[in-house]
Design a protein around this ligand. Structure first.
Ligand SMILES: [Fe+2]
Ligand SMILES: [Fe+2]
Length: 273
C-alpha cells in the first residue's frame, strides 16, 4: 500500500497541472511524474527549513510566464523550476554577515577585533561554499531525477539536451548571491533568476519568511518584510548589473514580463517598483 504522505497533496498537484496548461500533454505528464518523484525530497525536514513546497511551484508558474513570452523551451524551464532547490544544504544569510560586520566595525579591543576579522572571513567563505554546493549538488541530483523519470516512463521525456540545459540552469541559478552576474545573453537563466526572485516580493514568499523566523504575522509585518526584500533586489542590481542598460527602470529585471509581474506585486503592497 502506498504511503499517502509520500505523495503531493491534491491542491499542489492541481496547482502544478494548472500552470503547465500551455505545455504539450506529454510534457505535462512527464513534469507531473517528476513532481511526484521528488515530492518526498521537497517536503523533507531540511528542505522545508529553506522553502515551502509552494516555492518550487511558484517559480515554475512564473518561469513559464516569463520564458513563455521569450519563446524559450518551457519543458526545460519548468523542470528547472521544480528541481532547482532540490539540494538544501543550509545557508548563511546576508543578515548574519552584516551583523557580524557591524560587531567587527564597532570593536575597539585589538585582540577581539582580530578574532572578529577571522570569524568574518570564515563566515564569508562558508556563505560562498554553501551557495556553490547548493547549485552543484542540486544540478547533480536533478540530472539523476530526470533520468529516473525517463526510465519510469520508458521514453526520453527529457532528452540529453533537456538534461544538459536543466543542469546548467541549476548550476548557476543562485550565482548573483555570490556576486556573479548572470550573462544577459543566457536568456534561459535570466528568465529563471527573475522567476526565482519574484517569490521574495510575493505574498506567499513574504509569509514564508515571517513563518521561518517565527515572527508575528500582521499586515504591518508583511508590508515591512516586503519592503526589506525589495532592498535585496536593489542590492542585486548594484552588485551584479551596475550600469547595465538592459535593466528595466533601475531594477535587475531584464525581461518585460518579469518586470510587469514585479510591478504587479509592488501594486499589491502599495510600494514603488
Ligand atoms: Fe536556490
Ligand atoms: Fe528558489
Amino acid at each position: 500500500m502506498t504511503n499517502i504522505n509520500a505523495l503531493p497533496p491534491h491542491k499542489l498537484a492541481r496547482r502544478l497541472r494548472g500552470c503547465l496548461a500551455r505545455l504539450p500533454g506529454a510534457d505535462q505528464d512527464a513534469l507531473c511524474v517528476l513532481f511526484v518523484l521528488i515530492f518526498p525530497e521537497l517536503s523533507g525536514e531540511q528542505a522545508l527549513k529553506e522553502n515551502p513546497v509552494e516555492h518550487h511551484l511558484f517559480v515554475t508558474e512564473n518561469v513559464i510566464r516569463i520564458a513563455g513570452a521569450e519563446q524559450l523551451n518551457l519543458r526545460q524551464e519548468a523542470a528547472a523550476g521544480l528541481l532547482h532547490d532540490i539540494a538544501p544544504v543550509g545557508k548563511i544569510s546576508k543578515t548574519q554577515l552584516k551583523e557580524l560586520k557591524k560587531t567587527f566595525d564597532n570593536e575597539t579591543n585589538p585582540e577581539r577585533k582580530l578574532q572578529y576579522e577571522r570569524d568574518l572571513q570564515l563566515l564569508d567563505d562558508l556563505q560562498y561554499g554553501f551557495r556553490t554546493l547548493h547549485m552543484r549538488k542540486g544540478s547533480a541530483i536533478a540530472n539523476e531525477r530526470l533520468l529516473e523519470v525517463n526510465q519510469a516512463l520508458g521514453r526520453a521525456a527529457f532528452d540529453r539536451h533537456d538534461v544538459e540545459q536543466v543542469c546548467d540552469l541549476i548550476s548557476i541559478h543562485d550565482s548573483p548571491s555570490i556576486l556573479r552576474a548572470i550573462p544577459g545573453d543566457n536568456r534561459a537563466a535570466v528568465c529563471f533568476r527573475e522567476a526565482d526572485r519574484l517569490w521574495m516580493v510575493s505574498e506567499e514568499g513574504v509569509l514564508a519568511d515571517l513563518r521561518r523566523e517565527a515572527a508575528e504575522v500582521s499586515e504591518d509585518a508583511k508590508l515591512d518584510r516586503a519592503k526589506k526584500n525589495q532592498i535585496r533586489y536593489k542590492e542585486e542590481k548594484r552588485d551584479c548589473y551596475a550600469g547595465d542598460p538592459t535593466c528595466i527602470n533601475d531594477t535587475f529585471f531584464r525581461t518585460q514580463t518579469g518586470y510587469e509581474v514585479y510591478k504587479g506585486w509592488c501594486d499589491f503592497w502599495g510600494i514603488n517598483p
